[in-house]
Design a protein around this ligand. Structure first.
Ligand code: GAP
Length: 455
């Protein structure tokens, strides 16, 4: 059995064909930077969120959950520094006004366009390559200077003026600000003691100028973030523990370790103590999957200043009062989704020369756990028994009743969506209560008693 290297096109095609991911607003010609998750996609996404929540909240005595609003007081985004400094460097084509990410373009030309570079440094690098940089829309080489473009998405919620720029509110650019501003509420209302964490899953919005690489970089996405509040003296110790803990998470969901690597940030923002990314080997190369950062007291300090409220914490263990330091773990659900699909997508050439595409998803992530089929769809007694088995299993598992096509075709379809087990009800089932269980990875078939199907 041999395996083929996977391209992004293979994954996009399977995602669309099998109902995992659709481009947004397709019948209206599409809408850039937003994707819709289809019947299997929503199952996979929910399974990923559940796996993250279980690992980050359920199995931890020191982490609690939160679900804060997408809209917040606009002062929050000023205090956090987002209104002033949350931007991407862009250059605009003087001919057709298409905007490009200057840093991405320079990276494609082999330059190290670091995210912490000043606009002046980027402009110097951009000037060096000016004669090579073609507009992706009109083909002209006439870009203006590199300028910063703010990523926050504005809204007029609760604002009845005609001018959107008159006191705008923002759709959150990251979920963690809702965590910081709820720090005192959680301390006052629950039994948490520093060090402890607050976890949240929710939508975030960014005006990305060049959404790209399928669901890797989008304008609307879901983040899974955990902010851990520490005593300043133990921040780095806790950081190392969190780094290891997050790495291990990916092993629990079956991602192959050889496809992951750490990237250490060398040029840190002034308040950060340490910053690392977990990178995954996507079909377009190693890219950031998740950030693990030690952020010092920047976040609580910024909101203490912005709100005028005391956010210090009284630590009964040492009878001291301090502003906790934050370490965070932050990952985009869609980046995790794409990593999981890339890792699982396998094309095998079987011993008989045929090839099959199979998503070797960790069983806990598979959208459908059991496909249940009658051997023949025109035999009412087999169909009735298959419905009975479906009803039994679907109380606890996501199942699919599949009586389309012949058995071989059903297996191919279920392999492509990663269903771990296919159950077939045949005439023997009616006699002795056993069914055929076909395993996705080995393709082996065994006979099992109905009551033992789920193990
Ligand atoms: N609270 C920290 C924060 O938001 P970030 O590095 O900007 O830091 C964290 O984002 C994670 O969110 C990234 O590692 C990535 O997984 C995800 N993410 C950020 N921008 C994204 C986008 N436009 N599309 C999809 N995921 C994104």
């Amino acid at each position: 059995m041999s395996e083929k290297i996977v391209s992004l096109e293979d994954i996009v095609s399977l995602a669309k064909r099998r109902g995992f991911v659709f481009g947004s607003s397709e019948i209206y010609g599409g809408y850039a930077g937003v994707y819709d998750y289809g019947p299997y996609g929503v199952e996979l996404a929910n399974n990923l969120k559940n796996a993250w929540w279980k690992y980050m909240v359920q199995q931890r005595q020191d982490i609690v959950g939160l679900d804060s609003g997408i809209f917040m007081h606009p002062e929050i985004w000023k205090a956090s520094g987002h209104v002033g400094g949350f931007s991407d460097p862009l250059a605009e084509c003087n001919n057709c006004h298409t905007r490009i990410r200057a840093d991405h373009t320079l990276e494609e030309l082999g330059e190290q366009a670091d995210e912490k570079m000043s606009t002046e440094q980027l402009n110097n690098l951009f000037d060096k390559h000016r004669t090579e940089i073609k507009c992706p829309n009109c083909g002209k080489k006439e870009f203006g200077e590199v300028k910063n473009f703010n990523l926050l998405v504005k809204s007029n919620l609760g604002n009845f003026s005609d001018d959107m720029d008159d006191n705008p509110v923002y759709l959150r650019g990251e979920t963690c600000q809702g965590i910081y501003v709820n720090f005192p509420n959680v301390v006052d209302s629950s039994r948490v003691k520093v060090p402890f964490g607050i976890a949240q899953i929710g939508k975030a919005f960014r005006n990305e100028i060049s959404p790209r690489q399928f669901i890797f970089r989008t304008r609307e996405f879901e983040q899974m973030e955990m902010q851990y509040f520490t005593n300043p003296e133990t921040e780095l110790e806790e950081f190392e523990k969190l780094r290891q803990y997050r790495w291990n998470f990916y092993k629990t969901i079956g991602i192959r370790e050889e496809n992951m690597q750490w990237h250490k940030h060398e040029n840190l923002v002034f308040y950060a103590k340490e910053a690392y990314d977990i990178e995954y080997k996507y079909p377009f190369g190693f890219k950031e999957l998740e950030g693990v950062h030690a952020r010092g007291d920047y976040d609580l300090g910024a909101h203490q200043k912005g709100s005028g409220k005391d956010l210090t914490y009284f630590d009964p263990t040492g009878n001291t009062r301090y502003l906790p330091h934050v370490i965070e773990s932050s990952v985009g659900l869609n980046r995790m989704f794409l990593a999981v699909l890339s890792d699982a997508y396998t094309v095998e050439t079987l011993a008989n020369g045929e090839s099959r595409t199979v998503l070797k998803l960790h069983p806990s992530l598979a959208p459908i756990k059991f496909a249940v089929s009658p051997l023949l769809r025109n035999k009412p007694e087999l169909v009735a028994k298959a419905h009975e088995v479906y009803d039994m299993l679907s109380k606890n598992y996501m199942c699919e009743f599949d009586d389309n096509g012949n058995i071989g075709k059903r297996y191919r379809r279920q392999d492509e969506i990663g269903t771990p087990k296919c159950i077939t009800i045949d005439f023997q089932t009616l006699e002795d209560g056993t069914v055929t269980v076909r395993d996705r990875d080995t393709t082996e078939q065994t006979r099992t008693k109905i009551e033992n199907i789920a193990g």
